[in-house]
Design a protein around this ligand. Sequence first.
Ligand code: SF4
Length: 239
Amino acid sequence: MALVRKIIGQSTVDGLGNRTAIFLQGCNIRCAYCHNPETQAMHDAEATEMSVTQVLDEVRKGIPFIRGITVSGGECMLQAEWLAELFAAVQNLSDECGHSLSCLIDSNGTIPFARYPQLMAHCNGVMLDVKAWDTAVYNRLTQASSNQTVKENLVWLLEHDLLTEVRIVCLPDRVDVETILRNIADIFASIGKKSPVRLLRFRPHGVVGELAEHPMPTEKEMSDYAAFAQSLNLEVTVK
Ligand code: SF4
């Protein structure tokens, strides 16, 4: 069983194409800019314990309109064993319905993917949040002590052709966006593979705490980040 916060039957903003998006309850890093703070607690009265079969019933409703599922959170890798069962079941569902359904993970990258070969064998890709590069910046932004595992996951996913997208929330003065971009460009070059990079504009909607009133980055700041990413030969989109 997994603790599920919500399921969106058809979403176009959670990976490639139209997808069923499943949001699991519980997160381990408590980002200052989290716009889904209700998903952070490991237990919450609004979340529902669901079996793989129950979630599969929800996924079935979307066929044939969906290209697959995306599991997000909170941090869905905190329930990795359940996720492995779900992905295997969705793959069986693909056989049953005659068109392939892909399984994507949206993750903060704090749990090593290499630790879950069974899950990754059924996973078609990961959208990886890189929240900061410098550890001190990461520590100020989250309640995690280190981002070393995020960096190791970036390399591992790239090497295994499972890095669907790198996501960076842009918040000038708080996030070292240029440093992240420079380092991922270096990693892409050294491995000889790359993935798209999505620059997400910080939005205060839903945010609680000190950043609740913080202004969004300007159009100019976002286009400067995009231009910098392009100068590093990164394939970048801004949202
Ligand atoms: S990783 Fe995502 S869900 Fe968790 S605290 Fe950060 S923004 Fe919120």
